[in-house]
Design a protein around this ligand. Structure first.
Ligand code: FE2
Length: 276
């Protein structure tokens, strides 16, 4: 592709799929809402150059959930890259999400842009962490690609989003991560999954963006886990220009939301999920 043509990038995140395609998370059938998102992408005729899947791809961590994801995504025949989230099974994801249009590479060039995907999964934990090897790799990648506008993706949010419970399960060593970003002005965009809501802030000239999940949404600025009863499943679309300029926009489906459990019922369900 020409280096001067704008790139269309689509972020799809937190699909939380189960082996059973009719299984619900908080009353929402995650495979159904994911298919609604994919239908919306088709409907919009966006001609994407790449899909970025930013973690929590499976909820039950079964091979079947990844196989289903793979079959739906590869039907687009668009280069697709992914990172794991706190819910993902490292062995299953690595062995299954490597076929056809799905790539396991964690850095690549496209058009004039450089992309870096970071694994912030911390085994057994809901919060995230970047290993010292990942931080070193990030630094060296940025050293070697100083001339290309750079796009970074990781699952956990490296910047507080003003939601107390969510900010307790953030990227733990975000100070180290942000210090590296600060040293490399070619970094333009940092995206995350995990927060299940639209978010945008700018820090030292870099934009940090969060994205709706393809299933349930969390209410912004909530002090404790609260589902957003008005926000529908969605995704984010980026247009990246060769000179480093960009635009981005959240798109949503009109998927019918369930009636979410009340706070007491919710506590019970969350406890049960933790034991599944
Ligand atoms: Fe998630």
């Amino acid at each position: 592709m020409s280096e001067h043509q704008p790139l269309i990038v689509i972020q799809i995140t937190d699909t939380h799929l189960f082996a059973d395609r009719d299984r619900e998370m908080m009353g929402l059938k995650t495979a159904h809402s994911f298919r609604a998102v994919l239908d919306r992408i088709r409907e919009l005729n966006l001609a994407p150059d790449v899909f970025l899947l930013t973690g929590d791809l499976s909820q039950d961590e079964t091979p079947e959930s990844y196989e289903y994801l793979q079959s739906l995504i590869t039907s687009f025949d668009i280069p697709t890259y992914w990172i794991p989230g706190n819910h993902d099974n490292p062995d299953a994801i690595v062995s299954i999400l490597t076929h056809n249009s799905i790539r396991s590479d964690k850095s690549f060039d496209l058009g004039n842009w450089h992309f870096i995907l970071l694994n912030s999964q911390c085994p057994g934990k809901v919060y995230g962490d970047l290993s010292s090897a990942s931080l070193q790799q990030l630094e060296s990648q940025l050293e070697h690609n100083r001339d290309r506008p750079t796009f970074i993706a990781l699952h956990h949010h490296p910047i507080a989003i003003a939601s107390e419970w969510m900010d307790e399960i953030n990227l733990r060593n975000s100070d180290e991560f942000l210090a590296i970003i600060d040293r490399h002005p070619q970094v333009k965009i940092v995206i995350c999954g995990h927060i299940h809501q639209e978010f945008e802030t700018t820090r030292n000239g870099v934009i940090y963006l969060g994205c709706p999940s393809t299933c349930v949404q969390f209410k912004p600025r909530a002090t404790e886990l609260t589902f957003d009863e008005t926000a529908t499943p969605g995704f984010r679309v980026f247009t990246l220009h060769a000179d480093g300029e960009y635009t981005s926009k959240v798109e949503r489906t009109n998927y019918q939301l369930p009636r979410y459990p009340n706070p007491r019922e919710l506590q019970k369900r969350v406890k049960n999920m933790a034991h599944q």
